[in-house]
Design a protein around this ligand. Structure first.
Ligand code: DX5
Ligand code: ZN
Length: 213
């Protein structure tokens, strides 16, 4: 079964606890943190992650689209994230960021924008629990999937296999039943979906369908 991580960016932020009840079938919850600098949008920060932590036992998958992940990554771990995923493009020393997140008690993920080559995460494959391959430009929900990113998923899976490690590979952006299928075939294990899940009349069923593509 694929892991499905609905992105609450597409939820009603004024009714978050009700929104979490609409996706009870999902194993993870994806929280998009944006700072208006790394991406041209601003969303939520540490206090919201702490509140969601108190509201649910579910695995909190925090996607940082912010500058200075070396400073903020451990703070999000302490706020209750189970996984803190940061962009390698924003980190001077990604390996050190992973270690800092681990020391703060969370798993660590390394994210790549669509234009960033897969080789940038190769040295991190033994250290990170997850690699996030963005399938749209980060910043906004509801964009169209970029199929040109598929070879990157395959390249990362091949490289991880050759190193004898098994990091999770997450995809995020424009994921629906069709695009999820091609991503899973390419080697993805964790599917983030915002508009597809929250825009569905039956979000719990939308999650089930993604789990079994
Ligand atoms: C975009 C975010 C995504 C976004 C995905 O920068 O990282 O998590 O919510 O939304 P959809 O699934 O609508 O493309
Ligand atoms: Zn995201």
């Amino acid at each position: 079964m694929n892991i499905v991580s609905p992105s609450i960016l597409s939820a009603d932020f004024a009714n978050l606890s009700d929104e979490l009840k609409r996706i009870r079938t999902a194993q993870w919850i994806h929280i998009d943190v944006m700072d208006g600098c790394f991406v041209p949008n601003i969303t939520v920060g540490l206090p919201v992650v702490s509140c969601i932590r108190r509201a649910t036992e579910r695995f909190l998958d925090v996607h940082l689209m912010i500058q200075d992940p070396a400073y903020y990554g451990p703070l999000f771990a302490k706020a209750g994230a189970d996984m803190v995923c940061f962009h390698v493009e924003a980190a001077e020393n990604p390996a050190a960021v992973i270690e800092a997140i681990h020391r703060a008690g969370a798993q660590a993920g390394a994210a790549l924008k669509p234009g960033t080559p897969p080789e940038q995460v190769f040295p991190l494959l033994e250290k990170a629990e997850m690699v996030l391959v963005m399938t749209v430009e980060p910043g906004f929900g509801g964009q169209s999937f970029m199929p040109e990113v598929l070879p990157k998923i395959r390249a990362i899976r091949r490289e991880a296999d050759s190193r004898g490690v098994k990091p999770l590979i997450q995809v995020d952006g424009g994921i629906n039943l069709q695009t999820a299928q091609v991503c899973v075939e390419a080697g993805a294990d964790v599917l983030v979906a915002g508009s597809y899940v929250f825009g569905s009349p039956d979000p719990e069923q939308a999650v089930r369908l993604l789990q079994s593509v």
